[in-house]
Design a protein around this ligand. Structure first.
Ligand SMILES: *Cc1c(COP(=O)(O)O)cnc(C)c1O
Length: 369
């Protein structure tokens, strides 16, 4: 039986081994093991890719959200609007600054933050709004940007799943005031270890983030603020530069696979396929369907060689980390998504023919569940 794997992080190394090994040798020979040209080059390439003026490499995607909020002065007493339906890191980033995450329920179609509920969640303590392009599906940010500007708030995109996503002709990462990206290996642009980046048009904010991630120093041994250590590893930057050249092709493949799934599965009774906001293009980090008998479907697919996964089975407000403060609140759309969601395999390790094979198995399995 053919096995369709959910994710294959090794695939990109196998595909690009000569280029990767060359990047490795060049970096090791250079002796620049912190900062240096590998980081500066990747930062310039990634900023250009996102259509933004500045990119600052940081240690991971979580820090890529924490540092811009800290640089903006967000801390204890502040509130930050977050989607209820997101990977827990979005909430944790806010909590790590000392501020309070204020969750807003999901739109039942896009599964992203319900834009109609944001304004009502603002208080005089709100300092930022954090849309998350969850599963790679772009949150249209024009209205949020107007709202943020009218109220003096920071609009920070959690773009950890959205490398290559866009709203019209604007790339994710250039839709708000600042954006955080992750290069965790399983992400669409993944390193061979941890990594992250902050992307912005705001030169002062970029500078402040760089200082916070480098012991608060702009000039060596001149520590202007109480910073920490969060820098993009040059070896990872060198690998990411190689991979970035292939990201357009990999995103195109993800879009082809999503189109195959849309065509084959949109009308299967009981199954709900993902819907994008108008004029947006997803990076298709994940292709998330919903089914009332999700657990049975997951098991039946596994038995037929299709490895699906769950993103995310537990709502953040029910997690051990947040239940004490949020457990009594109710986010019914998010709860429904968490109970019924199922992620089908998607990624450049799969061909369009593979996607057709998977879609046929999914359709047959749902109809016979
Ligand atoms: C992966 C992810 C993060 C955190 O990135 P790390 O590199 O793992 O720290 C933040 N937000 C979302 C939505 C993510 O998927």
């Amino acid at each position: 039986m053919r096995e369709y794997r959910f994710l294959d992080v090794h695939f990109t190394y196998d595909m690009l081994k000569p280029e990767m090994d060359e990047a490795y040798s060049a970096l090791m020979t250079s002796g620049m093991y912190i900062g240096g040209t590998a980081v500066a080059e990747f930062e310039a390439e990634f900023a250009a890719y996102c259509g933004a003026a500045h990119c600052v490499g940081v240690g991971n995607g979580l820090d890529a959200l924490i540092l811009p909020m800290r640089a903006h002065g967000i801390g204890p007493g502040a509130e930050v609007i977050v989607p209820a339906n997101t990977f827990i890191a979005s909430w944790l980033a806010v909590a790590q600054t000392g501020a309070t995450p204020v969750p807003v329920d999901a739109d039942p179609d896009t599964m992203n933050i319900d834009l109609n509920l944001v304004e009502a969640a603002l208080t005089d303590r709100t300092r930022a709004i954090m849309p998350v392009h969850l599963y790679g599906a772009t949150v249209p940010c024009a209205g949020l940007r107007d709202l943020a500007e009218a109220r003096g708030l920071l609009l920070i995109e959690d773009a950890a799943q959205a490398h290559g996503a866009s709203d019209g002709n604007r790339m994710a990462g250039s839709l708000g005031h600042v954006a955080g990206f992750s290069f965790y290996p399983g992400k669409n642009l993944g390193a061979f270890g941890d990594g992250g980046a902050v992307v912005t048009d705001d030169a002062d904010l970029a500078q402040a983030v760089r200082m916070l991630g480098n012991y608060g120093a702009r000039v060596k041994y001149q520590h202007d603020v109480a910073g920490g250590n969060s820098r993009l590893d040059p070896l990872q930057a060198a690998f990411l530069s190689v991979k970035l050249r292939h990201l357009k092709d990999w995103t195109a493949r993800r879009r082809e696979i999503a189109a195959v799934y849309d065509d084959a599965l949109a009308h299967v009774p009981g199954l709900r396929t993902p819907k994008l906001a108008p004029d947006t293009q997803s990076s298709w980090h994940l292709y998330v369907v919903r089914h009332p008998r999700r657990d049975a479907l997951l098991a039946a697919l596994a038995a037929r060689g299709v490895q699906a996964a769950l993103h995310y089975p537990q709502p953040n407000h029910h997690s051990g980390a947040f239940a004490q403060d949020y457990g009594k609140q109710s986010f019914p759309v998010t709860e429904e998504i968490c109970a019924t969601c199922l992620s089908l395999p998607i990624g450049p390790h799969l061909s369009v023919e593979d996607a057709a094979g998977i879609a046929a198995i999914v359709e047959h399995t749902v109809r016979n569940l």
